[in-house]
Design a protein around this ligand. Structure first.
Ligand SMILES: NC(=O)c1ccc[n+]([C@@H]2O[C@H](COP(=O)([O-])OP(=O)(O)OC[C@H]3O[C@@H](n4cnc5c(N)ncnc54)[C@H](OP(=O)(O)O)[C@@H]3O)[C@@H](O)[C@H]2O)c1
Length: 242
């Protein structure tokens, strides 16, 4: 399946995995709606680079902890760029939490960004009047959902919910829209993570190395182009989920 000429919204596309995925899609000829929240300057730099390379990219800013902003984001994107064929729910927060310590506010913020915003965007994506067969949603999950470790309770619950939502949507939205997911393992350490913690996780991973954002790109392109796959969770994690 050719991606050229399709239009995609990638959330959290200003930096890190989202930016690498967005740039790869642009190289494949996809018209990009780049969403960012705080990484405004990085997103502008990425937009300029994509345009220099002959690609098409528009910028949209929204705080996805606010459901109204998530809804407005989708409206703005489609008003400006028309019907979307690809939605990549990449934006997330990865804050540590335990059952003992978690506040209601922190729980609700985690659910809002990592589960409710993808839900709202998926719903609006599916409701587009001109949506046609071949449209695809890709949700970024995490291998932790099958091998929960203590310390990221709300995050793991939200990502587990997003995977269940992905499967339900894959059934409900077929045959028009395919819904797939990617479960990364150790790709990039969180900005506030200690390097030793990341290296300890990497050392305990069967393949004993970290992955790269390019590994996520390969999975993304495969799931976008493979027309007979829906409801699939692809682990890109060096075997960490085992
Ligand atoms: N990194 C890994 O090794 C790894 C491992 C497992 C799973 N994952 C998953 O893979 C995806 C990408 O990972 P990553 O490490 O590149 O993610 P990240 O850097 O932690 O976050 C991606 C983006 O989410 C956006 N975001 C955070 N809060 C937001 C808010 N309130 N409103 C709107 N956007 C918000 C940020 O945008 P701004 O910067 O513009 O604010 C950020 O750039 C995530 O879904 C993550 O859970 C990653």
């Amino acid at each position: 399946m050719e991606l050229g000429g399709q239009t995609a919204l990638v959330t959290g596309a200003g930096q890190r995995i989202g930016a690498v995925c967005a740039e790869a899609l642009a190289k494949a000829g996809v018209r990009l709606a780049l969403h960012a929240h705080q990484s405004r300057q990085a997103a502008q730099t990425l937009q300029a680079r994509i345009r220099q390379q002959g690609g098409e990219a528009e910028l949209f800013f929204a705080d996805l902890s606010d459901g109204q902003q998530a809804t407005r984001l989708f409206e703005q994107v489609t008003e400006q760029m028309g019907c979307l064929q690809i939605l990549v729910n990449n934006a997330a927060i990865f804050h540590p939490s335990t059952l003992a310590d978690l506040s209601l506010d922190a729980w609700q913020k985690m659910m809002a960004i990592n589960l409710t915003a993808p839900f709202l965007l998926m719903q609006q994506f599916a409701r587009q009047k001109k949506i046609e067969a071949g449209a695809v949603i890709i949700n970024l999950i995490d291998q932790r959902i099958v091998r929960p470790r203590p310390g990221h309770l709300a995050y793991t619950v939200a990502k587990s919910g997003l995977w269940t939502l992905s499967q339900m949507a894959a059934v409900e939205l077929a045959p028009t829209i395919r819904v797939n997911a990617i479960a990364p393992g150790p790709i990039l350490p969180a900005a506030d993570a200690a390097q030793e913690t990341f290296q300890r996780i990497v050392a305990a991973t069967p393949l004993q190395r970290s992955g790269s954002a390019q590994d996520i790109v390969e999975a993304l392109l495969f799931l976008l182009k493979q027309p007979f796959i829906t409801g699939q969770l692809l682990f890109v994690d060096g075997g960490e989920h085992l």
